[in-house]
Design a protein around this ligand. Structure first.
Ligand SMILES: [Zn+2]
Ligand SMILES: [Zn+2]
Length: 358
């Protein structure tokens, strides 16, 4: 452990082994940072549903590590312990959270859409192909980092840096697309887990009426706790489409799908009114089919949202702090990483699960 400001030379990390798709707690060196990086002492890191993509085949073009083990995790926050010579606007002791795309140029036209598209073709996701944040010290690109508002709780804030900013961007995009009084507007949240439980909080902060939809009773319980006005479980409420249409008049004005389920996408239009918005947020392993007729005839407006850019992350942090948006996090020790992973695989969790470091 570090004492008197000196860093230890080794640390423990939860590492993915691409060869056999297993996770091991390994002892690894503390990263040495490049001039454009910050060294951060991680306080908390959380598990995102997309981390499970490591263990599943996908046809969405995500290139996962093929060689050496790497540290998992792409949601984290902590305190800066070292600042690279090129980093601007940060100092030791700042509490920060950050986005996970590295080895992009941050400048090209494609980077302005999403850093993963960088024209250099070199962009990588920390925790997906290169070392992420389930370790006590990690390297972060200063251009990805955002200083956390004073008083924001480091122990529970980690999910804001993927689930939070993604669900926030989806809500902001939905609000902009609808451009109408939230108090008269129904938005369905499909998937009330890691992203959805935050999406509901963002929607309620704006004053929208929220219909939570999930197949898991635990997630629906969480949705109610976070302020959803109505909740439905399509598995047990077999009449839910009629019920949603009845209570909303002609269907919801928008539905945000936070799940990675193809059926969730195919069924969503049933509860959306004419010219309503379907916000594509969760990414299934397979492509999702849309009817050209529905799009052409304005039955449906299909839009998308993702974790976004650093300027959007700053907006998300400011909004979250102002409105008291709080991720619900169940804390684990790093040594219990496998147990946390198994719980997510089984879908038995509420909100987010994460590791709290000393
Ligand atoms: Zn994520
Ligand atoms: Zn670029």
């Amino acid at each position: 452990m570090a004492t008197n400001g000196t860093l230890p030379s080794k640390q423990k990390a939860a590492q993915f082994q691409p060869k056999d798709q297993t996770v091991h707690i390994n002892e690894v060196p503390i990263p040495s940072i490049k001039p454009d990086e910050l060294l951060v002492k991680v306080r908390s890191a959380s598990l995102c549903h997309s981390d499970l993509m490591l263990f599943e085949p996908n046809d969405q073009g995500l290139v996962l590590g093929t060689g050496d083990p790497f540290t998992m995790g792409h949601e984290g926050c902590g305190t800066i312990v070292e600042v690279g010579s090129e980093a601007q606007g940060f100092k030791k002791g700042d509490n920060v959270g950050w986005l996970p795309i590295v080895d992009c140029c941050f400048e090209c036209e494609a980077c302005q859409v999403h850093n993963l598209y960088c024209e250099t073709g070199q962009a990588k996701v920390q925790g997906m192909t290169v070392d992420g944040y389930f370790q006590q010290y990690c390297a972060v690109k200063w251009r990805n980092a955002a200083i956390m508002p004073d008083g924001m709780d480091l122990d529970t804030a980690a999910p804001l840096f993927c689930a939070g900013c993604t669900s926030f961007n989806a809500v902001e995009a939905t609000k902009a697309e609808l451009n109408r009084d939230p108090k008269e507007t129904y938005v369905a949240v499909i998937g009330c887990g890691g992203l959805g439980h935050l999406g509901i909080q963002y929607l309620k902060a704006h004053g929208f009426k929220v219909v939570g939809i999930d197949l898991s009773p635990e997630a629906l319980e969480e949705a109610k706790t976070q302020g959803a006005d109505y909740v439905f479980n399509p598995k047990t409420d077999t009449n839910y489409v009629d019920e949603v249409r009845k209570l909303t008049g002609k269907g919801c004005h928008a539905a945000i799908n936070y799940t990675n389920s193809v059926p969730a996408y195919s069924n969503a239009p049933d509860i959306i009114r004419y010219n309503g918005v379907l916000m594509v947020t969760g990414i299934p392993q397979k492509s999702i089919p849309f009817s050209a007729m529905d799009l052409s005839m304005l039955r449906l407006r299909v839009r998308g949202a993702n974790n976004g850019r650093t300027d959007q992350l700053r907006d998300c942090l400011a909004f979250s702090h102002k409105h008291g948006i709080k991720p619900h996090v169940t804390q684990y020790k790093l040594d219990d990483f496998q147990q946390m992973l198994d719980t997510m695989h089984a879908g038995q969790h509420k909100g987010r699960m994460g590791v709290l470091f000393d």
